[in-house]
Design a protein around this ligand. Structure first.
Ligand code: FE
Ligand code: FE
Ligand code: ZN
Length: 293
């Protein structure tokens, strides 16, 4: 099972810290941002920490090709600005320097443009970024606001317009919120295969959703605690067609209010254990609090 979660990438520990965090959750892969997800401030990559991180991955049989980097979500490739292009080029260099091969990207939001213009900008901007050794994986979006990439047809248009090969990252919360019925996941995959092609699927984000189908909200929930439910998510995670695709949890941290101070705990160690056991634990949230407090 190729499963892991979003982990941090800290200034002073970088990749080595990310690998250690992933291993502490019992993960066999992981995903990280090369800096804060909500801004574009980035530190130079420290080759010494990268080497140590890669060695630790090797010792623990983590395949570098299953590791995923996520581009910051504030760059908007659907807009008409060169900043997004320049930043993404720089980001790809960082991903290459780390030795990674997969970069997840939110396609962008049309904002005041038409959807057609937005999609055209995404295509033009990705063509300006150009081909590299890193596969840019467009994420399936919830369709919140003016987000593009909210259905397989839009992703297919972008894939066809770009003059090098892209991949796709399917997010279970997002496709539910976008209107796909994940209770019939085999049908969803069939449609994905028909419109885009299963070989383009390079990553799956495993998240439950706080909202119902077609809500266009994008609010993640812990595994089994949302509208997708444990059994449906297990069917997706163990789907034979996704056997070789890395599965990444992006579920919310568990909160604990203590002396008027809010503390946050990562749920991933417990969610991964529950997934491997294939048995829902209704008391999971309290167990996480008790473990970390
Ligand atoms: Fe994402
Ligand atoms: Fe996601
Ligand atoms: Zn999301």
């Amino acid at each position: 099972m190729i499963i892991g979660s979003h982990v941090s990438f800290k200034k002073d520990t970088q990749l080595l810290g990310s690998v250690k965090e992933a291993l502490s959750y019992g993960s066999t892969t992981f995903m990280f941002y090369t800096g804060a997800p909500q801004n574009t401030t980035r530190q130079p990559i420290d080759d010494e920490l990268t080497k140590k991180g890669l060695n630790l991955m090797k010792e623990n049989n983590i395949d570098i090709n299953n590791v995923v980097v996520h581009a910051p979500y504030i760059i908007n490739m659907a807009s008409n600005n060169d900043f997004a292009v320049t930043f993404l080029k720089e980001e790809i260099k960082r991903v290459e320097q780390l030795g990674m091969t997969k970069l997840v990207l939110h396609p962008g939001s049309s904002v005041k443009l038409s959807e057609e213009e937005g999609i055209k900008n995404i295509i033009d901007n990705l063509n300006k970024v150009g081909k590299s050794n890193v596969t840019i994986c467009l994420e399936t979006m919830a369709g919140k606001g003016t987000e593009l990439g909210k259905n397989f047809e839009e992703l297919k248009k972008i894939i066809d317009g770009v003059d090098y090969e892209l991949g796709v990252c399917l997010d279970t919360c997002h496709i539910n919120d976008a209107g796909y019925d994940i209770t019939n996941f085999d049908e969803v995959l069939k449609e994905f295969d028909k419109i885009i092609g299963l070989k383009y699927l390079k990553c799956v984000h495993i998240n439950d959703s706080k909202n119902i189908i077609n809500s266009h909200k994008d609010r993640h929930e812990n595994i089994g605690f949302g509208n997708l439910g444990f059994d449906n998510l297990i069917k997706i995670i163990y789907n034979d067609k996704l056997k070789d695709v890395p599965k990444i949890l992006e579920t919310p941290y568990v909160t604990l209010n203590n002396e008027s101070k809010e503390r946050l705990f990562p749920p991933y160690k417990f969610e991964i254990a529950m997934i491997l056991n294939k048995k829902f634990d209704p008391d999971l949230i309290n167990e996480i609090r008790n473990y970390y407090k």
